[in-house]
Ligand binder design. Structure first.
Ligand SMILES: *[C@@H]1O[C@H](CO)[C@@H](O)[C@H](O)[C@H]1NC(C)=O
Length: 434
């Protein structure tokens, strides 16, 4: 009798505590902070739905309401004209160095307010880290917006700031990157004199630093301060996988008028001057090629560039040529034996339009495509013969296969950048392919 009473009360106790524990764990499960595991798989349950809404709402980016980006991107002429009109009426001053120094007192708050992506958005992206070499010298807001557009916590970013840049610019850059574990300043900063060897050296410095990092990145992309991505990180990852170990960069047979770049020795002072000293031919068995400073190259390529003795000789030789970065990468990309390179055969045409590294509109190819133009007319303005893209350029641009486009300038067309930001973020969050 006594035993059975005791048992009953014990059972009741057990039941009570059991229920309590169960309730606590259910509450804990519901209210635990959402993390990447809650969005990286497609299971459909109330908690996942709750977490997706929570995390994605905090990551949304939208442009200012007086323009209609989705119509602009569709190529709607009326929406483009409206943006142009607004641009003229309400010039917005970009944020300056002081603004950032004040803003970045609290990194967590800063990253939240500026909506940096805090977690890898998919397993596929997490397993395919990308390295970036960013060579910049001015326009702090543009740097921050570019960084935000390409930032993902699994990637790694080396930032090279021109040694000649004003101290407050360098300080603001340092402040921004101090908020991220995977963004760092190049260990050696060069004075990047236009057309000189030091532009190339800046990327080489970053390459060296990036190879030392623990991040197992698979491809390296480089950018300058006026670039902007036209693909999401997930799309970039997929494009790199399709390359399947190949590099992708412009590397064309040089037109006659470019040979002078390496016929004479050039001297770098405050500008680059040609001397009368003739250079010996390049120390390679294959021909020279020309292309752009911007590339998409494999980790194996970068290791080879820094370690192979023949490449070291070529770099040594190319130092006193003009705009060497437009020759070095293009030439290496055509040399047999160089990782990821393509044979220098006419079957492998690698123009800027065929490579995926960079999309730009050159003044001399621009215009009416019915009359032989390579692309529709630039709707921004031309600077150094390259189009600074306007909102009207986005529609065509986003149909191209390139990963990045050049140039963007918020003082020329801020809406072009705003609409790209909004488009890319929306695509990254909501238009994921399985
Ligand atoms: C843009 O225009 C489309 C249709 O013209 C409309 O459905 C959409 O709500 C507009 N978006 C904004 C942000 O005004």
């Amino acid at each position: 009798m006594i035993w059975s009473r005791l048992c009953k009360s014990r059972t009741r106790h057990f039941l009570f505590f059991g229920l309590l524990l169960f309730a606590i764990s259910v509450l804990k499960y519901i209210f635990q902070p959402c993390d990447k595991n809650d969005i990286q798989n497609d299971a459909d349950n109330p908690r996942r739905r709750y977490c997706k809404t929570q995390l994605f709402t905090a990551m949304q980016l939208s442009s200012r309401s007086e323009i209609n980006c989705s119509n602009i991107i569709k190529g709607d002429q009326q929406a483009v004209n409206q943006a142009l009109l607004h641009q003229l009426k309400n010039k917005r001053l970009p944020s300056n160095e002081m603004d950032y120094m004040k803003f970045i007192k609290d990194c967590n708050l800063y990253k939240k307010i500026r909506r940096f992506i805090p977690i890898p958005l998919s397993k596929e992206e997490e397993n395919f880290p990308i390295a970036y070499s960013m060579v910049i010298h001015e326009q702090i807001e543009m740097f921050e917006r570019l960084l935000r557009a390409i930032y993902n916590p699994q990637n790694i970013y080396c930032v090279h700031v021109d040694e000649k840049s004003p101290e407050n610019f360098k300080e603001a850059v340092r402040a921004i990157i101090s908020c991220f574990e995977n963004v760092f300043l190049a260990s050696k900063l060069e004075k990047v004199v236009y057309t000189s060897w030091f532009r190339l050296k800046a990327d080489l410095n970053c390459m060296e630093d990036l190879l030392k990092s623990k991040v197992p990145w698979k491809y390296l992309l480089n950018t300058c301060g006026t670039d902007f991505p036209i693909k999401t990180n997930a799309e970039i990852v997929r494009a790199l996988k399709v390359l399947n170990g190949k590099n992708s960069l412009e590397s064309e047979k040089p037109p006659k008028q470019k040979h002078f770049r390496w016929l004479f020795s050039y001297k770098t002072g405050r500008t680059v001057r040609r001397t009368n000293i003739r250079k010996i031919p390049p120390p390679i068995r294959t021909p020279m090629f020309t292309g752009s400073a911007y590339f998409v190259v494999t980790r194996e390529f970068v290791t080879y560039v820094l370690e192979n003795p023949d490449v070291q000789k070529l770099i040594e030789w190319i130092k006193d040529t003009l705009i060497p970065e437009e020759q070095l990468w293009a030439t290496l990309n055509r040399m047999p034996g160089v990782p990821g390179s393509s044979p220098y055969h006419a079957k492998y045409e690698l123009s800027d339009m065929n490579a995926i590294a960079r999309l730009m509109k050159w003044a001399w190819n621009d215009g009416n495509m019915d009359k032989g133009g390579a692309y529709p007319p630039c709707t921004g303005i031309f600077r150094r013969s390259i189009c600074i893209n306007g909102a009207g350029d986005l529609h065509w641009m986003l149909q191209q296969h390139h990963l990045f486009a050049n140039k963007f300038d918020p003082t020329v067309d801020d809406y072009a950048i705003q609409c790209l930001e909004e488009y890319l973020r929306h695509k990254a969050l909501y238009e994921k392919e399985p």
